[in-house]
Design a protein around this ligand. Structure first.
Ligand SMILES: [Zn+2]
Length: 179
């Protein structure tokens, strides 16, 4: 079996300043706005903020859904192994799938979002525009905007709830995508 950990130098991630994420103390299931049949876990506070944001978006005529929330390190490794089995190259995969331990999804605060109904190119949808203008009110931040220096590609779908809501800072960070 392929050992992902053998292929990834922890030093590389440390050099990039990427934190090693630990699991949260508590995870709860969520059914609001979840892709059909998907089991979705997140922290209690993330769930309450997601519910509020989902409802507000719906009232504005915008449909949102979650494709992924919490992922364990084992699930993260499986994701990479599956992509490798389909012919993916590890160096490229690691620009959009973090190595186990380094995914924000381990925190239970990161959500991969899509519009509802799903869109082919999420960043071109009214749902994405709505998120860029409104997520700061609920404490969510685009983790990997255009030109981010994490080593990950631009991920318009990936939003992370910040435990401390710093509205101004979050709002500014959304503007980065427009540079
Ligand atoms: Zn993500």
């Amino acid at each position: 079996m392929l050992c992902i950990e053998c292929w990834v130098s922890p030093g590389t991630y440390a050099d990039r300043g990427l934190p090693f994420y630990r699991y949260p103390a508590e995870l709860v299931a969520v059914s609001t706005g979840v892709f059909e049949g998907q089991q979705c876990l997140m922290t209690p506070r993330t769930r309450s903020q997601w519910r509020a944001m989902h409802t507000t978006a719906a009232n504005d005529g915008v449909g949102l859904q979650i494709c992924w929330a919490f992922r364990s390190a084992d699930q993260q490794a499986k994701l990479i192994r599956d992509q490798l089995a389909w012919g993916g190259k590890l160096d490229y995969l690691l620009t959009w799938i973090a190595a186990p331990g380094y995914s924000e999804h381990h925190t239970g605060r990161a959500l991969d979002l899509d519009s509802f109904p799903p869109a082919e190119k999420f960043e071109d949808t009214p749902a994405f525009d709505w998120l860029c203008n409104n997520t700061w009110k609920f404490g969510f931040k685009l983790s990997y905007p255009i030109g981010n220096d994490s080593g990950f590609i631009y991920e318009p779908w990936h939003w992370c709830y910040q435990d401390i809501i710093e509205n101004t800072a979050l709002h500014q960070s959304c503007e980065v995508r427009k540079i």
